[in-house]
Design a protein around this ligand. Structure first.
Ligand SMILES: *Cc1c(COP(=O)(O)O)cnc(C)c1O
Length: 233
C-alpha cells in the first residue's frame, strides 16, 4: 500500500495558488478574490500577487478591511445584504452581487444618490436545491425589472446575474444549476438589456466548482479557499 502525503514545503504560497488559478481561468473571466474571514496580511499577499478585486460577505468586516488595503482595490459585496447596512458600504462598493428584492435595490439606489454615485448590482438567483440559499426565481426577477419602482431608479445599474450551486459532489446537478442561471441571464439580456452592453456579468463558480461554471458560461468566478486555504474562524 502506498500513502501519498504532500510535504509542507511543496504546498503553494498564496502567490503560487493565484498563478495556478490564472492558468486555469480564461482571460475573459474575472477572478474575485474572496477574502472573508482572512486576515489583512494574507490579503496583502494576494494584492502583491496582482489581485485587485476582493469580495466580502459581511458589512462590518468589509468596512474595516477597506481602510487597511491600498485604495486601487475594487470591493465586491457577495453576501446577504440587510437594507439597514447599505449605508456603510455605499461610498466605495464597486459591485453588489446579492440583490434579491426591489426593496434592497431601492435602498442601494438611495444611498448611492447620497454619495453622488451609481452602484453596479447583480440580481441573485436561487439556483440550488437547498432551501437556505437566498435569491430570486426568474418570474420574480422579471416582475422586479418591470416594476415602476425599478424604472424610477437612477443611481443603480443592473449589470448581470449571480448564483450559488448546491453544496454537492453531484457534478451533473451543479452543472444543471449553472446552466439554468446562464439561461436566466440570456432571458433577461434579450428582454430587458439588449441595448445595454454593460449587462454582461454571469457571476458563478467558487473554489470547488469554478471549472464547471466556466464551461457553462461564467464570466466572473469568486474564489476563496483555493487562494488562501481554509478560512480562519
Ligand atoms: C465564501 C464564498 C465564496 C468563496 O468560496 P470558496 O469555496 O472559499 O472559494 C464565493 N461566493 C460566495 C457568495 C461566498 O460566500
Amino acid at each position: 500500500m502506498c500513502i501519498f502525503v504532500i510535504p509542507k514545503s511543496t504546498q503553494l504560497s498564496i502567490a503560487g495558488n493565484i498563478l495556478l488559478l490564472r492558468k486555469n481561468i480564461p482571460a475573459n473571466v474575472t477572478m474575485v478574490t474572496v477574502s472573508k474571514m482572512q486576515p489583512v496580511p494574507a490579503m496583502l499577499e494576494a494584492y502583491q500577487a496582482g489581485q485587485k478585486i476582493f469580495g466580502e460577505n459581511k458589512v462590518q468586516e468589509l468596512a474595516a478591511k477597506q481602510l487597511q488595503i491600498p485604495g486601487d482595490v475594487e470591493w465586491h459585496f457577495i453576501g446577504h445584504l440587510q437594507t439597514n447596512k447599505v449605508k456603510y458600504i455605499a461610498s466605495f462598493i464597486s459591485l453588489i452581487h446579492s440583490i434579491d428584492s426591489i426593496n434592497l435595490l431601492k435602498e442601494v439606489n438611495k444611498e448611492a444618490a447620497k454619495n453622488k454615485r451609481t452602484i453596479d448590482c447583480l440580481l441573485q438567483f436561487h439556483i440550488a436545491t437547498e432551501e437556505t440559499k437566498f435569491g430570486l426565481d426568474i418570474a420574480e426577477a422579471m416582475k422586479l425589472l418591470e416594476s415602476d419602482s425599478y424604472k424610477a431608479l437612477e443611481n443603480t445599474r443592473i449589470t448581470g446575474v449571480m448564483g450559488m450551486s448546491s453544496f454537492s459532489d453531484d457534478t451533473a446537478l451543479v452543472r444543471r444549476e449553472f446552466r439554468s442561471l446562464h439561461a436566466y441571464y440570456l432571458t433577461l439580456k434579450n428582454n430587458y438589456f439588449s441595448h445595454q452592453d454593460s449587462f454582461n456579468v454571469v457571476s458563478m463558480g467558487m473554489s470547488g466548482d469554478y471549472i464547471i461554471a466556466i464551461e457553462e458560461g461564467s464570466t466572473m468566478v469568486r474564489i476563496g479557499t483555493s487562494i488562501f486555504g481554509e478560512r480562519h474562524h
